[in-house]
Design a protein around this ligand. Structure first.
Ligand SMILES: Nc1nc2c(c(=O)[nH]1)N[C@H]1C(S)=C(S)[C@@H](COP(=O)(O)O)O[C@H]1N2
Ligand SMILES: [Mo]
Length: 533
């Protein structure tokens, strides 16, 4: 009896080997998903590798990503990782069809890469974070080895010497297809189970958020003046609803923090009474309610990363004073406050600014709701007048007092300026670029902001004409943006509309165009429109 080990012809073998690679990759991710449901969402290989990629992204590339993909940048990154993995899985399958062990070894190497990324992430919870990648890789490598085995020698290799005495093909097509289908089904099942278990991640956090009853603020915000909201179609609403508020962060998985176990620790240079505050400790304080406009340093001229909300929170300066902190102007040794989040983001703010009397706060509420998870539940910092990257720490859990000389926070290590006061800026909301309004009165309108300095004047220019003073909406506070409008007598043809704002210190928004790195974009926003008859 002779056992036959012929394999299918190459044009059959290679596609099936590629399919085997894909199935192995799918199985690896499915097993990793299931294991990461137990270890924690930060440990999944795609999340870990994606996080490592984000941290290594140089400022210009991040700027490119945010400009071209906007808030979808993280989705694009994850799709890119998956596409890359799929291509590599196909390659490993093809390699395995010639070198069966090498293909499987390749899968294991990817497991090592994923594991290394997971344990070296700053928010890693320990060596266990390697488990999803390792388990997934072992499953993938084993499956690839097995499937490639089906492809070269069938289990039913037939004995020769039958009726015709000719060898029958040694590979068992049906056997392979059954094996592949079973593997795909098993992976889908494991993956779905993992997904549903990950879905349960954060249920305590959701329950803790549902249980929050925001107290009445001891110091409520004044009513928004009636004239603060202009009735111009297309203008940004004066208060940005939570679900429309821009989101900028590095979190591939939104942290789900349980408010009932949350703590904020305050320590470092000049802290004579280190503090550990609970969420209830914050709610029990006299809370302030303030309207504050938040802006991202990555906002291009005319861009969308600015929003205005009514925040409720505890005064940060009071808490710092209780901890014994003094600003540098009163002899305090620390000039930098480093806020650290549960996902290990660090943001450094000037202590002097935070304690100079402005309404810097540890916010617990946004527009009457507990903070949405994406915006930092349970607690975030908000400091009027500073860009988000140097102040607005979401999911905050630690505050360390230190100096700018001795510590660079996350974005500063990536070429952004250590101090980030918001620049005086404006935006045209309507008409939109390349709009085709009719001749006659066209309302040009938008917003302007210079947080904590206040907007004094907005001017609009048509083509190369003179600057015209726009009508300013009523001011809410100097910490909020201000709407403006200008009724333009539009004449047929193409026109360029340009705007510039002046703040209450008398400084006019500079014409000098710069990109966002290192300290925020500048330049006059403009739109081109074509007026019809
Ligand atoms: N933990 C954490 N906090 C963060 C960030 C981040 O990446 N992680 N990004 C900051 C930046 S750059 C900005 S502009 C604001 C944006 O806040 P929002 O997403 O609520 O609009 O959050 C800040 N706080
Ligand atoms: Mo930002």
């Amino acid at each position: 009896m002779v056992y036959v080990t012929t394999s299918p012809k190459w044009w059959v073998r290679l596609p099936l080997a590629a399919l085997s690679g894909l199935l192995a990759g799918f199985a690896a991710l499915a097993v990793a998903e299931l294991v990461s449901a137990a270890v924690g969402p930060q440990s999944g290989p795609v999340v870990a590798v994606g996080g490592a990629a984000i941290d290594r992204t140089p400022a210009p590339v991040k700027e490119f990503a945010i400009r071209h993909f906007g808030e979808n940048d993280k989705l694009i990154l994850q799709l890119g990782i998956l596409a890359t993995l799929a291509a590599l899985a196909v390659a490993l399958g093809v390699i395995a069809s010639r070198f069966r062990r090498a293909g499987s070894a390749g899968v294991l190497i990817f497991g090592v890469v994923g594991a290394a990324a997971a344990v070296s992430r700053p928010d890693s919870t320990g060596p266990a974070d390697a488990l999803p990648s390792v388990a997934g890789a072992i499953a993938g490598a084993a499956l690839l080895y097995w499937l490639i085995g089906r492809l070269t020698t069938g289990p039913h290799t037939r004995a020769t010497g039958g009726a015709g005495g000719r060898p029958e093909p040694g590979w068992d097509r049906r056997g392979f297809l059954v094996a592949a289908t079973a593997a795909a089904a098993a992976s889908a099942g494991v993956g779905a189970l993992g997904r549903s278990l990950t879905g349960m991640y954060g249920q305590n956090a959701v329950a803790s958020r549902d249980a929050v009853r925001l107290p009445q603020p001891a110091s409520p915000a004044a009513a928004i003046p009636r004239g603060a909201q202009l009735r111009v179609p297309g203008i940004s609403p004066f208060i940005t609803p939570n679900n429309a508020f821009y989101r900028v962060d590095t979190a591939l998985v939104v942290p789900a923090v349980d408010a009932s176990t949350w703590r904020l620790t305050i320590h470092g240079m000049g802290v004579t009474r280190p503090l550990a505050l609970t969420f209830q400790d914050l709610l029990d304080r006299d809370l302030i309610e303030r309207d504050i406009t938040l802006t991202c340093v990555s906002n291009e001229v005319g861009g969308p990363y600015v929003g205005n909300a009514r925040w409720i929170g505890a005064r940060l300066a009071d808490i710092l004073r209780e901890a014994g902190v003094k600003p540098p102007s009163q002899g305090g040794p620390a000039d930098q406050l480093v806020a650290r989040s549960v996902d290990a983001m660090t943001l450094g703010s000037p202590v002097e600014t935070v304690m100079d009397g402005r309404d810097a706060m540890l916010a617990v509420g946004m527009n009457g709701q507990p903070l949405p998870f994406a915006h930092g539940f349970p607690v975030r910092m908000v400091v009027p007048g500073l860009y988000g990257y140097v102040s607005a720490c979401k999911w905050i859990q630690d505050i360390e007092l230190t100096t700018f000389d001795s510590y660079d926070a996350y974005w500063v290590r990536r070429d952004w300026a250590p101090r980030g006061p918001v620049k005086t800026e404006s935006r045209i909301d309507t008409p939109q670029p390349f709009a085709r309004p009719k001749a006659g009165t066209v309302m040009i309108a938008g917003v302007a902001w210079a947080q904590h300095r206040g907007i004094e004047r907005v001017e609009v220019r048509i083509d190369d004409g003179p600057w015209n003073i726009a009508d300013l909406a009523a001011e809410d506070t100097t910490d909020t943006w201000r709407q403006w409008s200008y009724p333009w007598q539009a004449t047929p043809g193409g026109h360029t509309l340009t705007v510039r704002a002046t703040d209450q210190t008398g400084r006019t928004q500079t014409e000098n165009r710069t990109g966002t790195v290192p300290d925020g974009a500048s330049g006059w926003p403009s739109v081109v429109v074509t007026v019809g008859r």
